[in-house]
Design a protein around this ligand. Structure first.
Ligand code: PFF
Length: 439
């Protein structure tokens, strides 16, 4: 595609909505609660929040800077900004991560469609908490997840083929605020259930004895996953951001929105988990096993259930399109394919991997763990090193300040984080988490 003809996001709110649309998704509502549940609760939350602020925002801003400055995809951006240097491998790793994430993520997105369907036919009605849990387990043993997965991949394909402005931006702008509202309503129901206070305590009271190197790595991986950083998604989206937009402001707004939704998901789920006596470490079924029980205990539960799962599917699709876009932008710009051919090729190859992920819990777990806890942090490490030590202060400031138009008052703090704090922290957490060093 000719660089001058690149599509771009049309408005300030559109940019934030699209990037927040990528960030907010199953990672916040499905993954965050169960990972937090498995990793001890409040202490995990605290570490997670530290990483979001100290590492997440700097990595996100760095990705925006790289993408907008180069106006290319995740691989092409590095080729353009560092010609002849191996930095482009960071982008290649990102495209690889995109395949892996899309494959298992879309499987979970497919589960959401099953739950939309069950909501429509009132399939949870009159079932006990135990039966609702069994419903989820039985469903996963059938072929239905694969069918929903295929449908979800095709939905993603349809939107991505339509392109950035017509497809991606249009859908996210309206639907994300509605999701926020409904999560607030569910949270209120959850914290007013009898016996719910234990859940709030689990979520917000940090028990530091629960912190281990693996818990810390899980928190780092979750922060990367939830913010959509470390694999060039936001390099790709950054390349569609107009030169007049404020990148720093966008990064902070997106991070705040993402974190708010994750914490709210925790508030919606854990009080109910404790009120119903569900073990908080109920793995990847947690959300699907608890929320339908809550809906049954709400006036208007039928409607809330339907609305919630529809919105969850929408939140998921605004994330899957951003992941597919990484692959499509790379194929079309670097391998000279048409956008349409690139989208089909990406979809079909992810489709094959996804079928394995859908049938095999093992494959699913490997893709989930490896992408979030290994590829994204390593990608993020190189992204901050690139900005801090290769791209340099002058060019970075020019991009972030819009050539001196914006004051970018926190620029020095950002540069310090990018040069020292973030790379050192990521490296230590990563090496410690995988057991290569011990401290
Ligand atoms: N951030 C998304 C979520 O939390 O659901 C998932 C995701 C999207 C991860 C895009 C990575 C990515 F590049």
């Amino acid at each position: 595609m000719d660089i001058n003809q690149r599509d771009s996001f049309g408005s300030k709110f559109g940019v934030i909505a699209a990037a927040a649309g990528s960030a907010i998704g199953l990672g916040n509502i499905w993954r965050f609660p169960y990972i937090l549940g498995e990793n001890g609760g409040g202490a995990f939350l605290l570490v997670y929040l530290l990483f979001v602020v100290g590492i997440g925002i700097p990595v996100m801003l760095s990705e925006f800077t790289i993408g907008r400055s180069a106006q290319r995809n995740a691989v092409g951006s590095f080729i353009k900004l560092a010609p002849g240097k191996p930095w482009y491998l960071v982008g290649v790793m990102g495209v690889g991560a995109a395949f892996m994430i899309l494959a298992f993520y879309t499987v979970v997105a497919g589960w959401t469609l099953e739950y939309v369907y069950q909501s429509v036919i009132n399939g949870f009605h009159g079932k006990t908490q135990l039966e609702i849990g069994q419903m989820f387990d039985h469903f996963r043993e059938t072929s239905r997840p694969v069918i929903w997965f295929a449908i979800f991949m095709l939905m993603t394909l349809g939107i991505v083929i339509a392109g950035v402005k017509n497809g991606i931006e249009k859908y996210t702008k309206i639907l994300m605020p509605i999701l926020l509202l409904i999560l607030i309503i569910i949270s209120i129901r959850s914290i007013t259930l009898p016996g719910s206070s234990q859940g709030l305590k689990f979520l917000f009271y940090p028990d530091f004895s629960k912190i281990t190197p693996k818990v810390i790595l899980e928190a780092l991986g979750q922060a990367f996953f939830s913010l959509s950083i470390g694999m060039g998604t936001l390099i790709t989206y950054g390349s569609y951001i107009q030169k007049k937009e404020d990148l720093m402001n966008t990064a902070v707004s997106v991070t705040m929105a993402d974190t708010l939704i994750a914490v709210l998901a925790g508030v919606a789920i854990f009080p109910a988990v404790f009120a119903f006596g569900i073990p908080p470490a109920a793995e990847e079924g947690l959300v699907y096993k608890t929320l339908p029980v809550i809906f049954q205990q709400m006036p208007g539960g039928y409607l809330f259930s339907l609305l919630f799962f529809v919105l969850l599917a929408v939140a998921a699709v605004t994330s899957t399109i951003s992941v597919l876009e990484v692959i499509v932008a790379y194929f079309s710009e670097e391998l000279n394919m048409s956008r349409k051919a690139a989208t089909w090729l990406g979809t079909i190859s992810v489709g094959v991997l996804g079928i394995f992920a859908s049938y095999s819990g093992k494959v699913f777990d490997v893709l989930n763990f490896t992408s979030a806890n290994i590829l994204l942090p390593v990608g993020g490490l190189f992204i901050v090193l690139f900005i801090g030590w290769y791209f340099g202060r002058k060019r970075t400031f020019a991009e972030i300040s819009n050539e001196g138009v914006l004051k970018a008052r926190l620029f020095n703090v950002y540069l310090f984080l990018v040069r020292f704090i973030a790379p050192i922290a990521i490296a230590l957490v990563f090496l410690n988490g995988i057991g290569l060093i011990k401290f």
